[in-house]
Design a protein around this ligand. Structure first.
Ligand code: CA
Length: 709
């Protein structure tokens, strides 16, 4: 009997070996599984603060009584003038950050002295594959290593002490349009990461890598591939029933670009998936409607194997870019008198979901913002949305002004959860959006693949109308009660895409704003107690740590991201980009250097040219391909070149060299010759030239209405 058992054991071990690379033993020194599981205290060891991603700190030296004495302890200027979205980590007296362009820096957490820095040297041409700036949201720590995932798709392990590269692996398919902006997470000796880019040709996945060796252990795809190639698993076979036509040719989307949560209690990994690609379902499910699983969903898999356990699709058959990638927070809640292990989620679609962590069962889904118009509500039993038929633009053939829009009622900006108040603190957006299907759309080669024509949503050259539209685009800090499904308090903010939040046992919530302030509120009532002028918009979430009996609060500042690059005069350039790491403690009195004034540029374009047909074609092409970086209606934000000011708009030959041939590809402006003909590229120039002249007239105080509006 015993020999039989041994033989059976040996066979089991052998078959386990056959399944993939051997896993290294768990870390016993440095940052261990037990330390991450213990959660926040004096250190901050993982992106969301602890495995549960609650972003709550038990530290309370800084509290409602003392926060008035909070001041700048030290700051560090960063060498990347782009959006900063990372949450710092702190271990053993060192503060680790990632910055735009996936760089990593390590500082003495008490003094701010730079210990080391690492630059993965991401090719700047990669910018064409990212919707939302060259951002990076953070690093991971495990054992004696630090992990950063780079914009060009690599996962890199560095020595925590020196920053020396230990290993460097490409994780996206070679030559793929995928990118990585998210923070890697640790689970059971593995590093987990997905990729971004569900607006491009991508097939989403989450993958697991051995923390010691970087060997890939498993990869779970979020959308099915070509059935003719066979399905990787049953989950893909089931998912394929919710697609039609030849969806795999376009990739399908569903990327895992932000949330990954490992829950030791259920021993599950939860992750959120992006929209289906292209956005317009008529161009992906060409032979009939379908839910397009597992896009716009939360999916649970087993950490050891990547095997599917459950999924919950928040936005079936998404057509509005309602990614479900927002942070997934785990906790225990008492619901109807019963203790439940739950996942909490505030996705782009505007409903706050509470699901059973073990089974994915829908427990509740209530709006956390006002004005949602894509759905009349959710089925109270199943959570399936009652979709407004008018929102199906590909069916009606009419434009749809959706609330929320693609920016989302809440996006990646981290929320926090205080077990003390029982409230979730969500940075929310109010950004209605114009959607219109393009029945004639054909897949391109470069840039966005949406299946839409959004040129009808361009704003007119009329100051009053612009200001009116702009006033309807704003944000709020919302304190949401996940048990009652109600907003408890709310701070209105004049602009969207404000920073992530931190909740502490000092009854405080910290948040930076897109208009350039870092603030502290009482967690129970939302009373503003403290504010610091950051000189630049804040996107990232703060964190806190303690050294030598002193509590510190750290936050990355630096305006940029999706709203700056895409929203044009309605939201770009809210503040200049001043990229810094700011660290605060009680009694400190540090000051920032005086802000340099940004020079005012005066529009001085050559005279308009071209036929109305050329300009109309140029407007369509610009709106659907160029506006994502250079701004809606050819008005850029703070980061990317404003083409209205470019001397090339008066020089057709040089314009062709830039756009057609890609002579500025080292700056991120790649060649578009596979996508556009020289005639189309000229049409785009004529449209930008027209826009420059319209806005020149505006600047001169001569409001000009655009014909036809
Ligand atoms: Ca998306």
């Amino acid at each position: 009997m015993k020999r039989l058992a041994v033989a059976a054991m040996a066979a089991l071990l052998l078959s386990a070996c056959d399944e993939g690379p051997q896993r290294s033993p768990l870390a016993t020194e440095g940052v261990t599984d037990a330390m991450i599981a213990a959660g926040n205290g004096e250190e901050w060891l993982t992106y969301g603060g602890d495995y549960a991603e609650q972003r709550f700190s038990p530290l309370d030296q800084i509290n409602t009584e003392t926060v008035g004495d909070l001041g700048l302890a030290w700051s560090a200027d960063l060498d990347t003038a782009r959006g900063q979205e990372a949450t710092p980590l702190m271990h053993d007296g060192t503060l680790y950050i990632s910055t735009a362009w996936s760089k990593v820096k390590a500082y003495d957490a008490a003094t701010g002295a730079l210990k080391w820095e690492y630059d993965p040297e991401v090719p700047r041409a990669k910018l064409v594959d990212v919707c939302c700036d060259a951002v990076n949201r953070g690093v991971a720590l495990y054992g004696d290593k630090l992990y950063v995932a780079t914009l060009d798709g690599r996962l890199v392990a560095l020595d925590q002490k020196t920053g020396a590269v230990v290993w460097d692996k490409l994780t996206i398919p070679e030559g793929s349009q995928m990118a990585i902006t998210g923070a890697p997470r640790i689970a059971k000796g593995m590093v987990l990461i997905g990729s971004a880019g569900a607006e491009y040709f991508t097939r989403g996945y989450i993958a697991s890598f051995d923390a010691q060796t970087g060997d890939e252990l498993w990869r779970f795809y979020t959308v099915p591939g070509n059935p003719a190639d066979g399905f990787e698993n049953d989950a893909m076979e089931q998912a394929a029933k919710t697609w039609s036509g030849e969806w795999w040719k376009l990739g399908g989307g569903g990327t895992v670009w932000d949330s990954i949560t490992y829950d030791p209690q259920t021993d599950l990994v939860f992750f959120g998936t992006a929209n289906a690609e292209p956005w317009n379902p008529a161009h992906r499910n060409t032979e009939g409607a379908g839910d397009s699983l597992y896009t716009a969903s939360i999916v649970a898999v087993k950490p050891d194997t990547g095997e599917y356990v459950w999924h919950f699709q928040e936005t079936p058959e998404d057509r509005w870019d309602f990614d479900s990638n927002q942070q997934i927070t785990v906790t225990n809640l008492e619901i109807d008198g019963e203790q439940r292990r739950v996942v909490m989620h505030a996705p782009k679609n505007g409903f706050f979901y509470v699901l059973d962590a073990e089974s994915g069962q829908f427990l509740s889904g209530k709006p956390f913002v006002d004005g949602i118009n894509w759905a009349f509500g959710l089925d109270p039993e199943t959570g399936v949305p009652d979709v407004n038929p008018d929102a199906k633009y590909e069916v009606t053939g009419k434009p749809w002004i959706g609330i929320p829009g693609a920016i989302g009622a809440h996006s990646w900006s981290p929320m926090s959860y205080s077990p003390t108040t029982g409230l979730v603190y969500i940075p929310t957006n109010n950004t209605p959006q114009y959607y219109m299907g393009d029945p004639d759309w054909e897949p391109g080669t470069t840039g966005f693949q949406l299946g839409l024509d959004v040129s009808g949503g361009n704003f007119p050259a009329d100051t009053e109308v612009r200001e009116m539209i702009k006033s309807g685009l704003n944000g709020a800090l919302v304190a949401f009660d996940p048990v009652a499904g109600e907003v408890r308090w709310k701070i209105d903010q004049p602009t969207p895409t404000n920073g992530g939040t931190l909740a502490t046992a000092g009854n405080l919530v910290f948040q930076g704003t897109s208009t350039g302030a870092f603030k502290a509120y009482t967690a129970d009532t939302g009373e503003e107690l403290w504010s610091f002028a950051t000189q630049t918009g804040v996107l990232a979430a703060p964190m806190t740590y303690a050294i030598g009996g002193e509590q510190y609060v750290a936050v990355l500042v630096g305006w940029g991201g999706v709203w700056d690059v895409s929203a044009g005069a309605l939201g770009g350039g809210i503040t200049p980009n001043v990229s810094r790491l700011l660290v605060f403690k009680l009694g400190a009195t540090g000051e920032l250097p005086e802000l340099k004034a940004t020079p005012e540029l005066v529009l001085d374009p050559p005279a308009p040219a071209g036929t109305p047909e050329q300009i109309a074609l140029g407007e369509k092409l610009y709106s659907n391909s160029c506006s994502v970086c250079h701004g809606s209606s050819a008005v850029a934000g703070a980061l990317n070149p404003d083409l209205r000011h470019s001397s090339t708009i008066g020089k057709p030959d040089i314009w062709q060299q830039v756009v057609h041939d890609g002579i500025l590809s080292m700056n991120g402006m790649v060649a578009w010759k596979d996508q556009f003909s020289p005639e189309e590229i000229e049409a785009i120039r004529l449209y930008v030239l027209k826009r420059a002249n319209e806005d020149k007239a505006l600047e001169a105080g001569q409001t000009t209405k655009v014909a036809g509006r």
